[in-house]
Ligand binder design. Structure first.
Ligand code: C2E
Ligand code: CA
Ligand code: CA
Length: 258
């Protein structure tokens, strides 16, 4: 237990330092439509520590959330994503690409969240319809009306929202009704055994139908095999992301794909 506490304290200290020394980068995981066209990407943060090596987001994002370091990190992610969108927009072969970023509940609960996002996006001078903010149900542990209002303000501003990891939490239909989201992401735990587990197949089928009925675009993540892809295509899933296509890539490799 003491070791764990020490490690957490160390990571927190190193994270503060790395924010100054620019040791974070974004990797980009492609998303394809059912005709195999690369239409979008999810930005996923990577931390390259000079001594500790690569630290996975699952290991440091929870610590960043507990220590509020997720606020400067989240701002950096948004800024970086906007800069990238700006670059793609200057190239006719790249300007159709949409980019999703992950936003923590902690960020959304901040009083100035809406204004901060608007400021960064306005300064970056991007096509707002290309930026998607991925949220998870954990955001609703706060005041749902207040959260819904904040999201609506940003939708009115021109951004859109995706509900990540769908199916793992309460997955309440009320969220779909009350939140201004335009996309559902099926959690990878349902996709993994799609070809062997009947309940997973039924679950995915139901989520896709649900999404369609609500007029949402449905993205499957964790698509690892041709079989996953075919089954999802038969169910009319809209978009596909996973190792079958590509891992999250450094920007140079992603741009090459484009
Ligand atoms: P997530 O948003 O659910 O991201 C998907 C994760 O699944 C990514 O892990 C991705 O690399 C991985 N993945 C993609 N395709 C496959 C596949 O076919 N098979 C398998 N087994 N895994 C696949 P990653 O990059 O390690 O990120 C983990 C989590 O860290 C993310 O889960 C997200 O919750 C969080 N995260 C990452 N970047 C950010 C960020 O910029 N901000 C915040 N707040 N959280 C982030
Ligand atoms: Ca995500
Ligand atoms: Ca996810």
């Amino acid at each position: 237990m003491q070791k764990k506490i020490d490690y957490t304290t160390l990571l927190e200290k190193e994270m503060r330092h790395s924010l100054k020394t620019h040791n974070f980068v974004l990797h980009y995981q492609p998303q394809y439509d059912s005709t195999n066209q690369l239409v979008a990407a999810e930005a996923l943060i990577r931390w390259y520590h000079p001594e500790l090596g690569i630290i996975r987001p699952d290991d440091f994002i929870p610590i960043a959330e507990d220590s509020n370091l997720i606020l400067p990190i989240g701002n950096w992610v948004l800024q970086e994503a906007c800069e990238q969108l700006n670059l793609w927009q200057k190239n006719s072969k790249q300007q159709h690409i949409k980019l999703s970023i992950n936003v923590s509940a902690k960020q959304i609960w901040q009083k100035d969240f809406v204004q901060d996002v608007k400021n960064i996006v306005t300064t970056a001078n991007i096509d707002k319809s290309k930026l998607i903010l991925e949220i998870t149900e954990s955001v609703l542990l706060g005041d749902i009306n207040e959260v819904a209002q904040k999201l609506q303000e940003l939708v009115d501003f021109g951004l859109s929202f995706s509900l990540d990891d769908f199916g793992t939490g309460y997955s309440s239909l009320g969220y779909l009704k009350n939140l201004p989201i335009s996309e559902l992401k099926i959690d990878q735990s349902f996709v993994r055994d799609l070809d062997t587990n009947k309940s997973d197949l039924l679950m995915v089928k139901s989520i896709i139908a649900l999404g369609k009925n609500f007029g949402l675009s449905v993205v499957a993540e964790g698509v690892e095999t041709q079989c996953h892809f075919n089954l999802l295509k038969d169910l009319y899933c809209d978009m596909y992301q996973g190792y079958y296509f590509n891992r999250p890539l450094p920007i140079s490799e992603f741009d090459q794909l484009l």
